[in-house]
Design a binder for this molecule. Sequence first.
Ligand SMILES: [Zn+2]
Length: 265
Amino acid sequence: MRREHPAYPPLTRLGTVSGGAVLAAVLLVVLAVAPAGAGGGDTFRKATARSVRAHEEARRHVDRLRAADAAPTRIKAAERRRKALRAALWGRLWTAAKASGDPVAVDPGGHAGGCSARDRDRSRPPRRPLAWTAPTRDYWLSAGYADRGAHWAHRHTGQDFAVPTGSPVLAVGPGTVHVTTCGDGFGRQVIVHHPDGYFTQYAHLSRIDVRPGRRVVAGQRLGLSGATGNVTGPHLHFEVRVTPYMGSSVSPLPWLRRKAVKVTD
Ligand SMILES: [Zn+2]
């Protein structure tokens, strides 16, 4: 179930993102603790984790204001701040992902069909619409989020669902297929962009059934589970991210619980 998730190589240089003064201010904070040379990867990771937490707190703040029926101008300002945090995080991670050869950054258009003749667009929405759902069925939960293991350079960035190869892998909610790639430690993977801004990742698939740009609904099959990439056995690696890139994951089971999805063994 383990031995996966390529770590970023130490970054020797950090890119910047375009944007206004707000972004620049956010970046200054981040760059103040950014790595200057080899061995700075950990610093970069920690700074990224702080950025992810800041974004999550900004999101909760917007939710609280909405729940309290706050003045529209206050909600708008809070939402602007959240978006600025996310844009800064997105830009930094895109630069890092590109430098590390992450196929999600290198092939932003995705290349389903280029990976294998078995990967084609053949998914159909379920006959009966579903609410948000777990990403597969008849699983048991193996490695959890933030678990530490001998095989990972750092903490585990997703939740593993142990299922036999060939099990249907389902979009947890409505969204658009952002990218599909086949070339790295995640093996064949699909990343879906949801309307609330979050991304979900489904990795180590044996087959991909959707193409980038394809709109999907909750419960729609994205492909079949497998053991591609760096794994020691078949399972689905499921991740929830603030951006499409590695490093921006949030705890997936609480995120699913907020969508009324219960995930238990
Ligand atoms: Zn995993």
